[in-house]
Design a protein around this ligand. Structure first.
Ligand code: 3HC
Ligand code: NAI
Length: 707
């Protein structure tokens, strides 16, 4: 018997258990083990029904994702689960799949090959392959529409979101929801179906008749809108459509062709890179394994502005009671009204119940004093981005916070060490940089100062998980990872309009690249005043004689603060819909004329390359300086903090796919045209390009060195 799959008997019911920690992924040996166990149980005259379940926390989380790269490189033969699943489906004794935790991807495909399915109330099932740039590859697109109907199958295969037990039961994916002990109740269920005929999913064609062409065109339209350039959702729709047009075996062949195309796509490589990077960012080399993160039971936030309010909501959403302190009643009331309004909008959209909103509001305590701060396990400061104000706040916190409390700053650019110097406990000070809106954006950039203690670092990283964020560790340096890199990205957007591109052209080029909005639209959203103040604070680092953007400051001087002012780079109507603004266009032309900047037509290609390559070049510097631990960490920061398209894998992975030699040669051209101060290629980029290497290979090399 395979070590990965074992079976035993509970009287007349065989129990086959898949035991491949941590998530019972279907790696080499698992399908073979399942087939052997099922055949053995089938051959045992005492056995009258078979239950299949997973050991540990979950049923089966899908095919082993680590295998895909090996298949693409030819190291492993193509995945072929279909025959194993047919063997299960053809078993003459009823097979009951008992699901707990997750049945995802190949996990749900395995479950659907059984004759019956039961599921615990808190389990989930889904076909998330599109999130890896793939489609179900083991009959999922053929069996799911037969069980759940074509509409539900389209939804699940094209969007990739899992469904809960109630939804799975209503759709007909599972036959019973189990409230008690899974093993006991699934064995009892198996006994109930012993004398019933085995039901092969592949032969249940009734629900396929409900399909009509508009379903597929609607699904394609939605997939294009949501996934932009992504190919996998469209391939998933094609495969489900094939289920309605072809017999099962032919449909599976079509699915296999589409699966193989997806597997070899850059989109899939990029998304698989993101899957593993998201899990790698939490691993901090050098942090002793026995360091225990502090338990965060109570929090406090200083400042109820844009960020303070969002951070308070994030704590409340995680069930952590939080005090919010302001300096004036008006600011406090305003901040609380925005929080209430944000929750109310979610309630009106049906995504939150009124009771849950009330419960979350009750966890947020607004006040003007430091009362209760002595009980907080973490205090997050979100006051104005001014060093003097931050230092004053931290000096006050040092006096009132309990020993062991974490003192966190939400600064977006300032020096954590200088902030920590205002306290007598710099080891407890750390940056926790949330992204706006803090209650929505998934990224948490944790910034370690020189003195930040190991426990403080571990606690801030664990806090990220508790708040359902992805925490990435950065070293203290101006702008850390994300904002340090966004500066040259924005700088190029500013320069491009001064050189002749229109605001709309710049925004459209980056939108078409896959960003959620163009850089100047992002600037208008964040606030032209915010950027202005950051430039003012950073002006002490500027070298004389280096070209500086001119128009952005002029927008500030004219009160064109962006969306909130109704005008910035663009003008905005009452619904915040942007349109081109003559006044900005004139201001740009006049400024360029006065500064002697030659105006010329600028191509979309130049816009995209200058903005994205500036990001990559700075990323390579951030990496070499050790501000980011890995290139993959930078990719995660950009995907979850700035909306960089995940299907391009993040800026550093994208550079790998373009080819570092090509990226370098364009950067050298920009250097020749715009000067070395702005465009000198990062030495690491030069080094990797010369060696024919990639950032991904660099990460692996670094990991081996550190191990
Ligand atoms: N293959 C290989 N490793 C996997 C895996 C998989 N399918 N799913 C999870 N893992 C690994 C993770 O990389 C992680 O490893 P690490 O500890 O070394 O970092 C470990 O299992 C635990 O995973 P998480 O940290 O994500 O644990 P959570 O408890 O937070 O989440 C989960 C569990 C919801 C199952 C989540 O891991 C998940 O969503 N997994 C991926 C599911 C998926 O995409 N399945 C489809 C695969 S493709 C497929 O099946 C193709 C088929 O159609 C042929
Ligand atoms: P904001 O101006 O909206 O809010 C700041 C709030 O702090 C104001 O309501 C102010 O009254 C209050 N405040 C000032 N001094 C205080 C004190 N001593 N005690 C209590 N409250 C005080 O500013 P915003 O945008 O929320 O920014 C806060 C911090 O977050 C800044 O450091 C900023 O750089 C950073 N940040 C901002 C992001 C954004 O997109 N707005 C994104 C990420 C970080």
């Amino acid at each position: 018997m395979s070590e990965l799959v074992r079976w035993s008997k509970q009287g007349d019911v065989a129990v086959v258990t898949i035991d491949n920690p941590p998530v019972n992924a279907i790696g080499p040996g698992v399908p073979e083990g399942m087939e052997t166990a099922i055949h053995a149980a089938e051959a045992d005259p005492q056995v009258r029904a078979i239950v299949v379940m997973g050991a540990g926390a979950t049923f089966i989380a899908g095919a082993d994702i680590r295998e895909f790269g090996k298949i693409v490189s030819g190291e492993r033969p193509p995945l072929s689960l279909l025959p194993f699943l047919l063997a299960i489906e053809d078993c003459e004794k009823p097979v009951v799949m008992a699901i707990h935790g997750q049945a995802l991807g190949g996990g749900l495909e395995t479950a659907m090959a059984g004759h019956y399915r039961v599921m615990t109330a808190n389990a989930q099932v889904g076909q998330p392959e599109v999130k890896l740039g793939l489609i179900p590859g083991a009959g999922g697109t053929q069996r799911l529409p037969r069980l759940a109907g074509v509409m539900k199958a389209l939804e699940m295969c094209a969007a990739g979101e899992p469904v809960n037990a109630q939804a799975a039961f209503s759709a007909g994916i599972v036959d019973r929801i189990i409230d008690g002990d899974l093993l006991e109740e699934s064995v009892a269920f198996a006994r109930e179906v012993i004398n019933k005929p085995v039901r092969k999913t592949r032969e249940r064609n009734g629900k396929l008749a409900g399909a009509f062409p508009a379903m597929f065109s609607m699904a394609r339209e939605q997939a294009r809108k949501k996934g932009r350039e992504m190919k996998a959702p469209l391939a998933a729709i094609d495969a489900v459509e094939a289920a309605t047009q072809l017999p099962f075996e032919e449909g599976c062949k079509r699915e296999a062709e589409l699966f193989t195309q997806c597997l070899h796509s850059t989109e899939s490589k990029a998304l698989i890179h993101i899957f593993f990077s998201e899990r790698a960012v939490g691993k901090i080399p050098g942090l002793p394994k026995d360091v225990k993160p502090a338990e965060i039971r109570r929090a406090a936030v200083i400042g109820a502005g844009t960020m303070g309010g969002g951070i308070a909501m994030t704590y409340a959403n995680a069930g952590i009671p939080v005090i919010v302190k302001e300096t004036a009643q008006e600011a406090l009331d305003h901040g609380m009204a925005i929080i209430r309004n944000n929750y109310a909008k979610t309630v009106s959209k049906g995504r939150l119940t009124q009771a849950v909103m009330d419960q979350r509001m009750s966890l947020i305590a607004p006040q003007l004093t430091y009362e209760g701060f002595e009980q907080a396990d973490i205090i997050t400061e979100a006051v104005f981005e001014k060093m003097s104000v931050k230092k004053q706040v931290f000096a006050e916190l040092d006096k009132i916070a309990k020993p062991g409390a974490i003192l966190a700053s939400n600064t977006s650019t300032l020096d954590i060490d200088e902030i920590a110097s205002a306290t007598n406990r710099p080891d407890m000070v750390i940056g926790t940089h949330f992204f706006s809106p803090a209650n929505v954006m998934k990224l948490l950039e944790v910034v370690r100062g020189k003195a930040s203690g190991n426990e403080t670092i571990a606690s801030a990283m664990a806090l990220g998980k508790k708040l359902k964020k992805v925490a990435v560790l950065a070293r203290n340096a101006h702008g850390f990872i994300g904002n340090r890199m966004v500066e040259p990205y924005l700088r190029e957007a500013y320069f491009l309009v001064e050189e002749g591109a229109t605001v709309e052209q710049v925004n459209q080029a980056l939108y078409d690249f896959g960003m959620p909005m163009g850089p100047l639209a992002m600037d208008d959203l964040a606030g032209i005043d915010i950027g202005y103040h950051i430039r003012q604070e950073a002006s002490r680092f500027q070298k004389a004689g280096v070209r500086q953007p001119l128009v952005a400051d002029k927008l500030f001087e004219r009160g064109r603060y962006g969306q909130k002012a109704g005008r910035g780079w663009s003008k905005y109507d009452e619904n915040r819909t942007p349109s081109a603004d003559e006044e900005t266009a004139e201001l740009i032309e006049q400024t360029a004329r006065e500064a002697g900047i030659e105006r010329r037509p600028v191509s979309t290609e130049e816009i995209t390359e200058r903005c994205i390559y500036a990001l990559i070049n700075e990323g390579a510097k951030v990496l070499a300086e050790g501000i980011a631990l890995r290139a993959a960490d930078i990719d995660i920061v950009y995907i979850y903090g700035y909306g960089f398209p995940a299907w391009r894998g993040g800026p550093m992975f994208y550079a790998d796919t373009v080819g570092l030699k090509k990226v370098l040669s364009r950067i050298e051209e920009f250097e020749a045209r715009h000067g070395a101060e702005l465009w000198s290629p990062a030495p690491l980029l030069r080094e990797l390009a010369a060696a024919g290497e990639t950032f991904e290979a660099y990460d692996k090399r670094q990991e081996r060195t550190k191990a």
